[in-house]
Ligand binder design. Structure first.
Ligand code: BG6
Length: 488
């Protein structure tokens, strides 16, 4: 268990805290993983008493689908761990109050003043809060460890990400900073490393001699969910591609690390990102496709197009779909394209990494020989499957594709929420699953030419895919002609 500590959540009454964070903390605490001396200080701009905050949290836990079944009496005990402070994040007062909370917890925490600050606020507040904590000496580790978790989006482009990194570094050492990308906390994403580096049979094939291409898909059937204010500014490239998809790509393409520790793994991740050709405004037409959904049908229900969503400009140029082709210039991957696609209002929610192998060198049997596929199903129906050809029973030598399937259900355990995993890691001081400064920086470099090009030229064909379909037709051309997106 981690040492006694206080978790300070800025933006504690926000959406993320309510839906994901608080349920994750409660689950960890109830399972005894946060140790005996632990408490939470919620901080917000909204005026509230401790009691009102306690009510808010208990209500949030009761309504979130992510909350584990509470043990008898657990909610009441959890309530006792909660405190609240409010104020203007631009002045010193609120940080002074946070400091007093840490002083107050000191005795119960055996004289230690360990604190994890979680920035679950709009990104414009990351820097003011970090500065405020710095001014009041709360980043100082002389009386206990101090760490800061920074939510996404980490910057809105390369320049702002660099500014944010620089601002954080004026207050914190890199080892104190935990940039969160919740995809890295997903059980099945971690399994990618386990499968690659914990077995002998996959890694020898994991290269240009055997792999034809890789497809990474993160499809969502959901639309905007009332987040127009954020999404209109962000768009799919900032919302999903620069972070979540880039992380899935990196773990698939990286070299084996020298050890399973934070720096060794992150060194390899950065190395592979440096081998990727950044998208440029000149080649964007050949390597990327953007889309925006129009009205359509999801699960038999008609849904409005993006431009009809409340809060969206009627001529919005914001992309809700992106597909890119990445080239990795290194010995392992030269000539093997990586195709990444993600979008809102696609037919279903599914995230998958598929390694598609080359065809056998010789067509010995009648009919076309298909490519073998090793697919990591990140969510839902978590598992790993291998598709290969087999003789179909009968007199003739006819081959058919069959699938070998491993399902996570086999473990019989509920998969924990990525937020639980990442919160606990941050409490324990393990940064393995948090992107380092240079990683985030390079991921921005890769997509910045694309952002530049798309933001300076409106898309004449938007909307270019109906809700409930697999994205614009141009995406098929991007992967084709001899390859096609997997039907998921
Ligand atoms: C978030 C994005 O980071 O990830 C959302 O802001 C997206 O737009 C979500 O819906 C997807 O996460 P998950 O875990 O549901 O695949």
């Amino acid at each position: 268990a981690p040492e006694p500590a206080t978790l300070v959540i800025f933006g504690a009454t926000g959406d993320l805290a309510k839906r994901k964070l608080l349920p994750a903390v409660f689950g960890l605490w109830q399972d005894g993983l946060l140790g005996s001396a632990f408490n939470i200080v919620g901080v917000g701009r909204q005026e509230m008493t401790d009691d009102q905050f306690k009510d808010f949290v208990i209500e949030a836990l009761k309504t979130s689908k992510e909350t584990d079944q509470p043990h008898p009496g657990a909610l009441e005990k959890f309530r006792d761990l909660l405190y609240y402070e409010f104020g203007d994040f631009g002045t010193d007062e609120v940080y002074g109050l946070v400091g007093q909370e840490l002083d107050r917890a000191e005795e119960a925490h055996g004289g230690r003043k360990n604190a994890l600050f979680y920035l679950s606020t709009p990104p414009s507040l990351f820097e003011p809060i970090s500065n405020g904590l710095g001014r009041l000496g709360l980043a100082d580790e002389s009386e206990g460890w101090r760490r800061i978790i920074v939510e996404k989006p980490f910057g809105r482009d390369l320049a702002s990400a660099r500014e944010l990194n620089a601002a954080l570094h004026r207050v914190w050492d890199e080892s104190q900073i935990y940039r969160i990308d919740h995809y890295l906390g997903k059980e099945t994403v971690q399994n990618l490393m386990a499968i690659r580096f914990g077995n002998t049979i996959f890694e020898p094939l994991w290269n240009r001699s055997y792999v034809d291409h890789v497809q990474i898909t993160a499809a969502e059937d959901l639309g905007l969910e009332g987040r127009a204010g954020y999404y209109e500014e962000a768009g799919v490239v900032r919302d999903m591609l620069q972070n979540h998809l880039m992380q899935l790509f990196t773990l698939t393409a990286m070299e084996p690390p020298s050890a399973f520790d934070a720096d060794a793994i992150r060194d390899e991740k950065v190395k592979v990102l440096r081998s990727v050709q950044a998208i440029t405004p000149e080649n964007v037409g050949e390597v990327a496709v953007r889309g925006q959904y129009g009205p359509g049908v999801i699960d038999g229900e008609p849904v409005p197009g993006y431009r009809e969503e409340p809060g969206v400009k009627p001529n919005s140029n914001t992309p809700t779909y992106v597909a890119v082709k990445l080239q990795v210039d290194n010995w392992r991957w030269e000539g093997v394209p990586f195709f990444l696609r993600t979008g809102k209002r696609l037919p279903k929610k599914v995230t998958e990494i598929a390694v598609v192998f080359k065809r056998p060198p010789l067509g010995m049997f009648p009919g076309a020989t298909e490519r073998n596929v090793l697919a990591f199903r990140i969510q839902p129906d978590e598992g790993v499957s291998l598709k290969f050809s087999s003789k179909s029973p009968g007199q003739e030598m006819v081959l058919r594709e069959v699938v070998m399937d491993f399902r996570y259900d086999a473990f019989g355990a509920q998969l924990e929420s990525p937020y639980s995993r990442l919160l606990l890691d941050a409490m324990l001081g393990d940064a393995t699953l948090f992107p380092r400064e240079d990683e985030v920086d390079r991921a921005w470099q890769i997509v910045s030419g694309l952002l530049q090009a798309w933001e300076s030229t409106p898309a004449p064909d938007f909307p270019n895919y109906p809700a409930g379909t697999w994205g614009p037709e141009a995406a098929d051309k991007l992967i084709g002609p001899d390859r096609r997106w997997r039907r998921l």
